[in-house]
Design a protein around this ligand. Structure first.
Ligand code: AMP
Ligand code: ZN
Length: 142
């Protein structure tokens, strides 16, 4: 637990949170400033700053919880869709430095747009550049 982390405080019960799931390694609760009714945050119960740092024995429950809460949330607020996203790191707009996956119910004509709307102009990459990037990602994994 990080003493100055708001999400650690919610997991510990030190500050109120509307908990919707408590598992062995994962907790989920309503976002306090929801982008839509039913906006849920799924977090590792242990303090972890970025998705990259998620402990191996937490990864499955993290994604399983997202997988469970997507249909549960849609059903609860009668939403036909959800946007599921992680702001992973400062440059991506992560404000609370404790991993959290947003599950945001979406409605027809809610004006939210797709995740693509977050980005401005797309880079104009040549085939060679795309090949290089794919090679680099494959290398970085091994
Ligand atoms: P991000 O910008 O991805 O780091 O998102 C942080 C999210 O945490 C925002 O959607 C906030 O509304 C939400 N948030 C901040 N404080 C609390 C809190 N005490 N309880 C629940 N959600 C919170
Ligand atoms: Zn924390």
């Amino acid at each position: 637990m990080s003493t100055d982390c708001i999400f650690c405080a919610i997991v510990a019960g030190d500050i109120p949170g509307r908990i919707v799931y408590e598992g062995e390694t994962i907790t989920a609760f309503l976002d306090a400033n929801p982008l839509a009714p039913g906006h849920v945050l799924v977090v590792p119960s242990d303090h972890t700053e970025r998705l990259n740092d998620l402990a191996n024995d937490t990864v499955s429950e993290f994604y399983e919880t997202v997988h469970d809460l997507v249909p549960a949330t849609e059903k609860a607020v009668d939403a036909p869709a959800t946007t599921v996203a992680v702001n992973n790191g400062d440059a991506a707009g992560q404000e609370v430095p404790h991993v959290h996956c947003h599950v945001v119910p979406r409605f027809a004509n809610d004006d939210g747009g797709p995740i693509h709307a977050v980005f401005g102009d797309r880079p104009d990459l040549s085939d060679a550049e795309l090949d290089d990037v794919a090679d680099n990602i494959r290398d970085a994994r091994s």
